[in-house]
Design a protein around this ligand. Structure first.
Ligand code: ADP
Length: 500
């Protein structure tokens, strides 16, 4: 199949979260099994264009309000793909929209005011790109709100009898329902779509324009990144006001668990840790622990458990309950328990400040407020436990990394965490992690306390849990197969026979 991924992020060029990992890993896996997969992303200022190849000629994209946008197009091949099965990546280079610092915003403006225009343009530019390279996909696969308008263009402007997109189907993946791209409806004129599409296409949202909602209405199939989150998003509690839309589309709505990149996240091959290790010989993990204690300036002690965290510092991750001034439980966890805690993250200022303040007052709590891929590997390998008290979690990658690195997750029972972690059973010793239901400072305190108790009193169970986690297989192959089945289902619904 010819598959076009439309995304605002992809590793290794632009990443703010799991979306970027998923787009590249899924594409690479699909290409390996013989599909012709291409990715289109914006050429952000931070992407060095001298390392890319420029396609000849400029590309014009006619938008609404009589505007024609001009951009250059660059291309390269995704690292890790072969000549026989390459994933080609295209970069839309539009100076005014993308020639600035930041993907969605920066420290002065957390959400750029022209984001509806930037990403509406990007979605339509994807169609112009196909025309430019004379390559028309069987599947147009859009990711999250910045790409969500592409399926709307397909349905209402580009797919008609005799067109090059006549046999193209669309899929939209929700990586995080909390971000929907809601802007004033005045921005809609710029799309060039008729106002009938504002309503028929599902943009209308209490007089605002909701880009994700339009994609959810207009795509042939939709999915999210774990089966449990797919169910949760159909409820009022976690549906972010779109639960009704998702229930309405439920027969076309899938939950497909993300995989992990097992070349990059594999303790047997990891070049970012002092010594590789496996479940047969786990000695390298102790070396990683030592290196982690040294890196963060913690007391060198093999016997004390280390709790690791790597996270965007946002409310979604349950950080209010952990670090909220005066009520968060991190302070009492570190004060009362014989453990060490390390955190790597960037994000909301209040949270960064609170973490730094805690680190200055507690000798067993250390933090680095930055973004570091390398250090994130050392934390996964060197920690004994990994804490994710998420408010909601579409899939979550870190708990899967933790499991395969023999680091035991302590997680809230939500979203993909439920699909990937099994709670410790004190009677039988079964399980792969420690889980709690309600997100409160005291339940985090109690569950960390439970894990630390097991560390000191049930060491054999802990070692067995480690090995059980390390035996898990979260490779992309089976997830990619589920995506192919969803693509096929979309094609079947439109009466297109299988290309496989
Ligand atoms: P989300 O996509 O909601 O941020 P995920 O767990 O799905 O959460 O994915 C987050 C990804 O980003 C993981 O690969 C995680 O290791 C990485 N990450 C987040 N913050 C940092 C950081 N400060 N340094 C390095 N990696 C980070």
């Amino acid at each position: 199949m010819k598959i076009l991924m439309i995304s605002s992020e992809t590793v290794p060029w632009a990443k703010t979260g799991g979306l970027a990992d998923v787009v590249s890993a899924l594409s690479i896996t699909l290409a390996k099994s013989g599909h012709d997969v291409r990715i289109v992303i914006p050429r952000y200022y931070s992407i060095d264009k001298t390392k890319l190849e420029q396609l000849p000629g400029e590309m014009g994209t006619p938008m609404g309000e009589g505007v024609e946008e001009w951009s250059a197009v660059y291309t390269t091949t995704m690292p890790g793909t072969t000549k026989e099965n390459p994933v080609k990546v295209y970069f839309i280079d539009h100076e005014i929209f993308f020639g600035r610092d930041g993907i969605y915003g920066n420290s002065n403006q957390t959400d750029f005011v022209d984001n509806p225009r930037r990403f509406t343009f990007f979605c339509y530019a994807a169609f112009q790109l196909c025309r430019k390279i004379k390559w028309f996909p069987d599947v147009l696969h859009a990711h999250d709100w910045p790409a969500a308008v592409a399926p709307v263009y397909l349905k209402f402007a580009e797919r008609f009898p005799g067109s090059d997109f006549e046999n193209t189907v669309s899929v939209l993946t929700i990586h995080n329902l909390g971000y929907q791209g809601i802007y004033h409806k005045d921005n809609f004129n710029y799309s060039g779509l008729g106002w009938d599409v504002f309503y028929k296409g599902g943009f209308e949202d209490f007089k605002m324009m909701n880009m994700l909602k339009a994609g959810l209405y207009s795509s042939d199939k939709i999915n999210t990144v774990s089966p449990n989150y797919a169910e949760e998003t159909k409820t009022q509690a976690l549906g972010f006001r779109l639960d009704g839309v998702l229930r309405y589309r439920s027969s076309d709505y899938y939950g497909i668990l993300n995989g992990i990149d097992s070349d990059l996240w594999n303790p047997e091959k990891d070049t970012n840790i002092p010594q590789t290790y496996s479940k047969k010989d786990i000695s390298g993990k102790a070396k990683a622990k030592e290196a982690l204690q040294k890196e963060f300036g913690l007391a060198r002690d093999a016997n004390v458990p280390i709790i690791g965290m790597i996270t965007r510092l946002t409310d979604q991750k349950g950080l209010g309950e952990l670090f909220g001034p005066a009520y968060g439980s991190a302070w009492s966890i570190c004060r009362d328990m014989d453990l060490q805690m390390v955190i790597l993250g960037t994000g909301e200022k209040w949270c960064e400040n609170e973490i730094l303040s805690l680190a200055s007052r507690l000798s067993n709590f250390k933090a680095k407020i930055n973004y570091s891929e390398k250090l994130s590997h050392l934390i996964e390998a060197g920690s004994d436990f990994f804490l994710m008290p998420s408010l909601y979690e579409p899939c979550g990658l870190n708990q899967m990394y933790s499991l395969v690195y023999g680091t035991i997750p302590i997680v809230r029972s939500t979203g993909g965490l439920v699909d990937t972690v099994e709670n410790f059973n004190e009677k039988t010793g079964e399980g792969t992690g420690f889980m709690f239901d309600h997100l409160t400072p005291s339940s985090i305190y109690n569950t960390v306390g439970w894990a630390v108790w097991a560390w000191y009193n049930r060491r054999k169970d802990i070692e067995k849990m480690r090995i059980r986690g390390m035996s898990k297989n979260f490779s992309w192959e089976s997830s990619a197969q589920n995506y192919v089945e969803m693509y096929e289902a979309a094609r079947k619904d439109r009466g297109i026979t299988s290309v496989l």
